[in-house]
Design a binder for this molecule. Structure first.
Ligand SMILES: C[S@@+](CC[C@H](N)C(=O)[O-])C[C@H]1O[C@@H](n2cnc3c(N)ncnc32)[C@H](O)[C@@H]1O
Length: 615
C-alpha cells in the first residue's frame, strides 16, 4: 500500500520473468504473473507498490484517486504517516512535543491536567517537563531554527498566542533543510494562493456575504474567520518567519504558498484524553491521501492511528473498479448551502457532486422546508416540501414540489435564521430532553423532517435517551425506548441516502439502536407480550448490529468515545450470546429446539450478506 505503481511491464508479461502471464495481482490489478510462485517471489519488490488505487487528473478535480479493482466495504485502501504534523494555527501555548496545554493553576487541576512549562534548553521555546518532548523529532525542526534566534517569550499561558501560527511553516522549512525528498512531496501538493488573494480582495469589500441568500445556512454567511483576516494573519506569519526567525532564504511568496498547501491539504487529527474527550487537535499533512477528492456522499471514510498519527482510508461501501475515491471535507449532515459555502471559502471550489446538483439532496431533503400554503396543506396533509429552484443560484426562488407556489430567498432565510436562533439558545440546555423534543415538535412545522437543524437535534436525542444518570437504559420507560428506536431508524434512513456504509456516525447510531431494541424486546418477552421465536429473532438482529458496531467503531482511536462503544458492544454481544443460549436451553428442555445460532455472528457469510443488504 505504498506509492504508485510505475507500471513498467505490460499487463500480459510476468512482472518477474517477462514470460506470458495469465493472472493479475488481486491487490492492485496492475501487474501480472505467469505462476503463483513468481508472484510470491516478486512480492518483496511489489508490496511497496501494491495498492487498490491510482492517481488520475481531470480539469474539474485536478488530481484524484480512482479504484483499479473492485473494493469490498471496509477494506483499508490507504495507510499513510504524515509528511508534516503541526499544532493548529490558533492555539494557546502548548508543549511542542506532546501538544498538551500548559496549566499551572492548582484550582483547575480537577478539570485540566497540571502541565508546567520550562524553556527548552536549546531554543528557549516553552516545553513541558518531559525530556522526551524536548528531544522529540517533531520539535527538532523549530528548535534548530529558533536556537539561532532564541525562543519566543510567552507571559500569558492562558490565551491563544500568535507565534504558534509559525510552527507549521518552521516545520516545513525543517523538511527543506533535512528531508528534501519529503519537502518536494509537500511542494507537489495543491496550493490555492492565487485564489486566496482574489477571495480576500472580494471579501474585503463584499456585502454579498451578508445578503439573505448567504443566510440560508447555519452560519448565516458569517464564517469564523473572514477571508481578509486570513490574508492578514498569513502575511504576518510570513514576516515573523523571515524577520523574527531569520529565514531570509525563503521569500514571502514561498511562505504564503506553504501556508496555502497546509490549509488545502491539512487534516485535523482529534486526540482523545483518557476519558474520551477530545482535548487536543493537531494538523497532519499527508502525501497520497491528499489526492482524495471531496464528495458530499463519500464512498470512503478516514480514521487516524494515534500510535504514529497515520491516516487510514477505508472503503465505506463496495466500490467498483474505475470509480473515483472520495471523502467528505465537510460534515455530511450540513445542508447544501453550508457545505458549498464552506468548501468555497476554505478549499476554493464549487462542489458539483450529484447531491449538490439535486435540489432534494438525493431525496434526503436536508435543506427543504415544509410548504405553508393552506391549499397545499389541505391537499397533502401538511406534507409537501419546498426546495430551491436552482441549488447553485442562491438568489433564485424556492418552490413547493406539489403546489408549485414559489417563495423568495428572503422568506426562506427568515425562517431558517429564526429557527437557527432558537437552536443556539437551546445549546445552553443541551441534555434537557423535554426542551429538545419541544424544539423538534415546533420546528417540524416549518422544516423538512430531515432538515439539518432537526438532524442535529435527532442525533443528540438518539444518543441521550437512556444515557442520563437519572434515567439509564435499564429504567427507561417503553414509550421512551420506542422513541429512541424511532429516532435511530429515521436517522439511518437519511444516512443511507447521503452518508452510506461504514462510518462512525452510523456506528454510533446503530449502537444506540441495538441497545434500545434489545431492552425493549427483553421487556416484552418478560411481560409475555412476545413469543419466544420472535424474541430470538430480534435478539439475533441486535447481535448483527453489535457486530457492525464492533467492527466500525473498533477502527477509532484508543480511549475515544467510539472505541469505548465498540468495547461495550463486544461485552454486550457476549452477554447476548449467553442469554440466547440459556433461553434456547430452557426451551429445549421443554419442547422443540430453536434454529437461532448466535455463533453465526462471528464470521458467517450471513453477516456479509446482512451488511450488503443494509447498504
Ligand atoms: C486536498 S486537495 C485534493 C487534490 C487536488 N485535486 C490536487 O490536484 O492535488 C483539495 C483540492 O482539490 C480540489 N477538489 C477536491 N474535490 C473537489 C471536487 N469535488 N470538485 C472540484 N474540486 C475539488 C479543490 O481544488 C480542492 O481545494
Amino acid at each position: 500500500m505504498g506509492g504508485q505503481d510505475n507500471g513498467k511491464k505490460s499487463e500480459d508479461q510476468c512482472a518477474l520473468c517477462n514470460a506470458t502471464a495469465n493472472s493479475r495481482c488481486g491487490g492492485c490489478n496492475k501487474v501480472s504473473y505467469c505462476t503463483k510462485e513468481h508472484q510470491k517471489k516478486h512480492w518483496k519488490i511489489h508490496k511497496g507498490e501494491c495498492c487498490a488505487w491510482k492517481v488520475c487528473e481531470s480539469p474539474l478535480l485536478g488530481r484524484y484517486l480512482s479504484a483499479v479493482r473492485d473494493i469490498k466495504a471496509g477494506e483499508v485502501i490507504l495507510r499513510e504517516r504524515p509528511l508534516l504534523l503541526t499544532p493548529p494555527k490558533v492555539t494557546p501555548p502548548i508543549c511542542l512535543g506532546c501538544y498538551r496545554e500548559f496549566n499551572t493553576d492548582p484550582e483547575e487541576q480537577v478539570e485540566r491536567e497540571y502541565v508546567e512549562p520550562r524553556p527548552c534548553p536549546k531554543c528557549g521555546w516553552p516545553m513541558c517537563q518531559q525530556d522526551e518532548c524536548i528531544e522529540s523529532p517533531e520539535h527538532a525542526a523549530e528548535c534548530r531554527i529558533a536556537e539561532k534566534r532564541g525562543g519566543a517569550v510567552i507571559r500569558d499561558f492562558n490565551v491563544d498566542h500568535p507565534v504558534y501560527r509559525s510552527i507549521g511553516v518552521l516545520r516545513v522549512l525543517g523538511l527543506k533543510d533535512r528531508y528534501p525528498e519529503k519537502y518536494q512531496k509537500f511542494l507537489n501538493l495543491q496550493s490555492h494562493v492565487e485564489k486566496q488573494r482574489v477571495e480576500a480582495a472580494r471579501a474585503a469589500d463584499s456585502s454579498s456575504l451578508h445578503s439573505s441568500a448567504a443566510a440560508l445556512g447555519r452560519f448565516g454567511g458569517e464564517y469564523p474567520e473572514h477571508q481578509s483576516e486570513v490574508e492578514r494573519d498569513t502575511n504576518v506569519t510570513a514576516k515573523v518567519v523571515r524577520g523574527f526567525f531569520q529565514r531570509k532564504d525563503v521569500d514571502e511568496e514561498t511562505i504564503l504558498n506553504l501556508i496555502s498547501i497546509m490549509e488545502t491539504n491539512g487534516h485535523e487529527i482529534p486526540i482523545p484524553n483518557t476519558r474520551g474527550h477530545i482535548n487536543k487537535r493537531l494538523i497532519g499533512v499527508y502525501n497520497n491521501t491528499s489526492f482524495l477528492e471531496h464528495n458530499c456522499k463519500p464512498n470512503c471514510v478516514k480514521t487516524f492511528d494515534m500510535a504514529d498519527k497515520a491516516l487510514v482510508i477505508r472503503s465505506a461501501v463496495p466500490i467498483k473498479k474505475g470509480t473515483n475515491l472520495s471523502i467528505s471535507y465537510v460534515d455530511p449532515l450540513w445542508g447544501t448551502n453550508d457545505r458549498c459555502n464552506f468548501l468555497q471559502m476554505t478549499k476554493y471550489f464549487t462542489c458539483k457532486c450529484t447531491r449538490c446538483c439535486d435540489p432534494t439532496e438525493l431525496g434526503a431533503h436536508v435543506s427543504s422546508l415544509r410548504c405553508q400554503s393552506l391549499k397545499c396543506c389541505e391537499k397533502t396533509g401538511f406534507d409537501s416540501l419546498v426546495i430551491p429552484e436552482d441549488p447553485f443560484d442562491a438568489e433564485r426562488e424556492w418552490v413547493c414540489i406539489t403546489c408549485k407556489e414559489t417563495h423568495t430567498v428572503g422568506f426562506v432565510s427568515s425562517i431558517v435564521s429564526k429557527i437557527g436562533k432558537d437552536m443556539e439558545e437551546l445549546h445552553e440546555k443541551f441534555g434537557d430532553i423535554p426542551a429538545m423534543e419541544e424544539f423538534v415538535k415546533k420546528s417540524s412545522k416549518f422544516l423538512s423532517p430531515n432538515h439539518f437543524y432537526l438532524l442535529e437535534m435527532k442525533v443528540e436525542l438518539a444518543q441521550l435517551y437512556g444515557r442520563t444518570p437519572d434515567e439509564p437504559l435499564m429504567s427507561l420507560a417503553p414509550r421512551k425506548l420506542l422513541r429512541k428506536i424511532q429516532l435511530c431508524e429515521e436517522l439511518l434512513i437519511v444516512f443511507s441516502k447521503i452518508y452510506p456504509g461504514y462510518n462512525r456516525l452510523r456506528g454510533l447510531i446503530i449502537y444506540e439502536l441495538q441497545a434500545a431494541a434489545c431492552m425493549l424486546s427483553k421487556l416484552k418477552f418478560a411481560a409475555g407480550e412476545m413469543p419466544l421465536e420472535k424474541h430470538l429473532e430480534e435478539l439475533m438482529q441486535c447481535g448483527k448490529w453489535m457486530t457492525e458496531v464492533i467492527k466500525v467503531l473498533g477502527w477509532e482511536p484508543e480511549n475515544s468515545i467510539e472505541k469505548q462503544r465498540a468495547d461495550g458492544a463486544a461485552q454486550d454481544l457476549q452477554i447476548l450470546k449467553n442469554m440466547v443460549l440459556s433461553i434456547q436451553g430452557d426451551s429445549n428442555d421443554g419442547s422443540q429446539s430453536s434454529s437461532t445460532n448466535m455463533d453465526d455472528l462471528d464470521n458467517s457469510p450471513d453477516r456479509e450478506s446482512f451488511i450488503e443488504e443494509v447498504f
